[in-house]
Design a protein around this ligand. Structure first.
Ligand code: FE2
Ligand code: FE2
Length: 400
């Protein structure tokens, strides 16, 4: 039985939660406490699968509590409940919070958030949970900070210019999408387009999130040259894939929303690589050097070394943070799209073809590996005859 701990200093809120969650008593074991100290004491007796904490509490804030839980019990799902006015606190807790939920909230929507996140937490390999649930930061490009600062120092930065900078940094894009997909901005999990996330957060919001991500990178000491080179390499490659996937979607007469989704899926498709680099920097770096020298298949080597590949890592991490399903699917299956069991065109098809084509022609870190296109899959979704056009779309207007 899943164990969940609710923490709120207001007895009225706790009582309300306990009352409305009562009908789930047979499914979940739920406890309720009114302070961070009491929460940690209960964790000490027996850790919970999830903690749902209020942000604003005396003595120990929700952010401080979740940071401690992340350090001591990294496999626990961490959810913050907060009001719109706690914006600064929300941003400061970004690295230790999986999901945000706006207050006041009804039990039904919390149950939905927990069920959705549990599906990821308990799906498949326990090794994914062990390695990735406690992950705080992904490698971020320090040059992104300078570009954003320069742009935001102008009077009113154009959202399109801001999106262009954000889209070249995978770690920052993920954080913006995580926030945009929280219930602060509407139904959770519905913002599948990075430009919509940028619009929702505004130039100030983007700039603040950027500063927090940058600061965390400096604090955790991951600004070393190999990690920076890796973040830059993945950022540049993913941006090319994103632009190409959007052109492919446009060639298929997709709506603007679907074009944005294909673009965003392109940005995030290799997020799992950043996750692997963040968890196991030394072995992952060594593995990349060896794969480049030998031509070994990178996904096979990842599975051999870590027990999962970067598609699996991307799925786990992005789902846990509440990124929309279509984008997560495209990231998960970009090397093996037939496993998606799709019957028609989607962002996954555009990303698969764009990524494979670009890896075959550009000097990417795994250019020596298999980059074949799954023609059977394209046939299955009725798009095999579109391949040469899509490849043409992929290589036109390549950014330098
Ligand atoms: Fe990949
Ligand atoms: Fe890729």
């Amino acid at each position: 039985m899943r164990r969940i701990l609710f923490v709120d200093d207001e007895p009225r809120v706790l009582q309300g939660l306990a009352r409305t969650m009562r009908n789930l008593r047979d499914v979940w074991q739920m406890d309720y406490v009114d302070s961070g100290e009491k929460a940690l004491a209960l964790f000490d007796q027996s850790p919970y699968d999830a903690i749902v904490s209020d942000m604003r509490m005396p003595v120990m804030t929700g952010a401080e509590l979740l940071r401690k839980v992340c350090d001591l019990y990294p496999q626990t799902l961490r959810v913050i409940l907060s009001g719109q006015s706690d914006k600064q606190a929300i941003l400061k807790s970004l690295e230790c919070t999986h999901r945000y939920h706006a207050k006041p909230c009804d039990a039904e929507s919390i149950v939905q958030v927990l069920n959705d996140a549990f599906e990821t937490l308990f799906s498949g390999a326990t090794i994914l949970r062990a390695k990735l649930t406690g992950l705080r930061n992904l490698p971020y490009r320090m040059d992104t900070g300078t570009h954003i600062k320069n742009l935001c120092s102008t009077e009113s930065p154009a959202p399109a210019d801001l999106t262009k900078i954000v889209a070249q940094d995978v770690a920052l894009s993920i954080r913006l999408l995580q926030l945009a997909n929280s219930s602060f901005f509407g139904p959770p999990g519905t913002v599948a387009d990075i430009s919509s996330a940028v619009m929702l957060l505004g130039a100030d919001g983007v700039s603040q999130v950027n500063e927090i991500v940058q600061q965390r990178q400096l604090e955790d000491g991951s600004c070393t040259p190999p990690t920076q080179d890796f973040a830059q390499n993945i950022g540049e490659h993913s941006y090319k894939v994103a632009l190409a996937a959007a052109r492919i979607a446009r060639a298929e007469n997709c709506s603007d929303a679907s074009v944005g989704e294909a673009f965003t899926a392109g940005i995030l498709h290799d997020a799992g690589r950043l996750a692997l680099m963040a968890c196991e920097p030394t072995s992952y770096e060594q593995m990349l050097i060896e794969c480049k020298g030998t031509g070994w298949d990178i996904e096979q080597v990842e599975r051999h070394l870590f027990g999962f590949d970067h598609g699996d890592a991307g799925r786990y991490l992005l789902s846990l943070l509440g990124i929309s399903k279509s984008v997560v699917d495209a990231a998960t299956f970009h090397h093996r799209p037939r496993e998606l069991n799709a019957s028609e065109f989607s962002a996954a098809a555009a990303v698969h073809v764009a990524d494979s084509t670009l890896r075959g022609i550009t000097n990417f870190i795994d250019c020596a590996n298999d980059h074949s296109i799954d023609v059977d899959y394209l046939e299955h979704i009725g798009c095999a005859d579109r391949l040469s056009l899509w490849q043409q779309k992929t290589i036109e207007e390549l950014p330098v």
